[in-house]
Design a binder for this molecule. Structure first.
Ligand SMILES: C[C@H](O)[C@H](O)[C@H]1CNC2=NC(N)=NC(=O)C2=N1
Length: 117
């Protein structure tokens, strides 16, 4: 395992436009990356990462949702956002263009952590 995989410092990076043509990140590498992002889990055979945020109330959930939407537009990488039970937010990241995980998903996860903290 190389140094960049153990300390990628995702939050200092930005998403790179992706329209395919790159390899999906393997489930093994994704698990390693998630040691830096403990609120996130690997799902769907290693093709997506998710975070659940149980906020205190509807307004807080909407505030987080709007902050994530603004970030997604700035980075041009867009998570699926599920708001259920009026205050439970589930965030799903995958790279549609490759049908799996790219570095963009980990950059977004780290940046989402910053905007919802
Ligand atoms: C060129 C630009 O990166 C693409 O259109 C983006 C837009 N946002 C995206 N968001 C996500 N989650 N996956 C993508 O493949 C994707 N593609």
């Amino acid at each position: 395992m190389n140094e960049s995989k153990s300390s990628p410092d995702w939050s200092s990076r930005h998403c790179v436009p992706c329209e395919g043509g790159i390899d999906r990140i393997s489930a093994d590498d994704a698990s390693q990356y998630l040691t830096e992002l403990p609120d996130w889990s690997l799902e769907n055979d290693g093709n997506q990462i998710t975070r659940k945020l149980n906020t205190g109330d509807f307004q807080t959930a909407i505030r987080h949702l709007n902050a994530i939407a603004k970030l997604a537009e700035a980075e041009q990488h867009h998570p699926d956002l599920h708001l259920t039970g009026y205050r439970h937010l589930r965030i799903v990241l995958t790279t549609h263009a490759i049908g799996g995980l790219s570095e963009n998903d980990f950059v977004m996860a780290a940046r989402i952590n910053q905007v919802v903290s």
